[in-house]
Ligand binder design. Sequence first.
Ligand code: UT7
Length: 319
Amino acid sequence: MRYSRIVGTGGYLPEKILTNHDLERMVDTSDEWIRSRTGITQRHIAADNEMASDLALNASRKAMEAAGIKPGEIDLIIVATTTPDMVFPSTACILQDKLGARDCPAFDVQAVCSGFIYALATADMFIRAGRCRNALVVGTEIYSRILDWSDRSTCVLFGDGAGAVVLTQSDRPGILSSHLHADGSHNKILAVPGSIRSGRVQGKPFLIMEGNTVFKFAIKVLEEVAHEALTENNLEASDIDWLIPHQANIRIIQSTAKKLGIPMEKVVVTMDKHGNTSAASIPLALDIAIRDGRVKPDQHVLLEGVGGGFTWGAVLLRW
Ligand code: UT7
C-alpha cells in the first residue's frame, strides 16, 4: 500500500508582538476579559513589508530542513490561506518562486480556519494516488490586515503566522484517514464580505463574526468529526495520544476534549502565544509539539479544525 507521512514540520511567527495590554490602549477591552474568554495573551503582527508568502517561506524552509528535502525535490505545493498576497497568482506559486522549487503543481486552498486540514487531506490523496512523492503543505495568514482594529469583538482574537509540513510517500502510514465537511448555508456568520469590482472595494473588507454562533457550532462539529475519524479507524478516544485542534478559543478546546473524554494533558494548546492564526494554527501547534518532543514515534495524533464557510474536518495520523 502507498501512504503519506509527515517527515518535517516548521513554523514562523513575525517578530512584532501585540499583547493584551497593548490592546487595552486601542479598544475598550481588558487583559482579564481576553484571557478568561479566549485563553489568548498575545499575538504576532507581520511587518509592513511581509506578505503571506514570506511567512510561508520561513515556515517551509524549516519544515524542509527538518525533512532533509531540497526545493528541487518538492513535487507539489499546497498553500492554505485566507489572506493571499494578491488576487492572483496564488500564494503557492509565489512561494514556489521564492523557494526556488522546480516545475510542480502549486495552488491555494481556501477553507479559512480548516484550510490546513483541507490542504493536508488533498496532498495525502495526491500521494496515495501516486501523483507525487514530496508535498509541501503550508498554512499562512496575515489576519492583522483584514481586522477592523476598532471592533473589540474580533480584533483581540486573531494573529499572523505560518506553519508548514513536508508530506512524503511511504509504505507505512502516516496519515490514516481524513474527513472534510462544509455547510455553506452559514456563509454569512463568519466572513470578510468585501470584494473588488472595477478597481474598487465593494462591501466591508474586514472580518465579521457572530462569535457565539461559531462557538456553539465549533463545539458540535469538532466532537462529531473526531468520532468520525475514530470510528473509521476502529479506535477509541483513549487511543489518541495527542489532540491538536484549531487554536481559536481555549473554552472550545476544553469543551471538545471533555466531550471526547480526552484529558487536557493530551491536548496541544498554543493559542496563548499567538492567538487565532486561522489556517496556520494547526501546523504551528503541530510544529511546537514535534520540536519539544511531546509527540513520539507511533503515537496517534488527531488534527481537527473548523472555520468560515462553515468548513470543518479532521486528519488522524500515526506519527
Ligand atoms: O477561527 C474560526 C473560528 N472562530 C471561533 O472559533 C471563535 C468562536 N467564538 C468565540 O471564541 C467567542 O464567541 C468570542 C471569544 C468571540 C466571544 O466570547 P463570548 O463568551 O461568546 O462573548 P460574547 O460575544 O457573548 O460577549 C460577552 C460580552 C458582551 O458584552 P455584554 O453584551 O454582555 O454587555 C460583549 O460586548 O463581552 C463583550 N465583549 C468584550 N468585552 C471586553 C466582546 N468583546 C470584548 C472584548 N473585551 N474584546
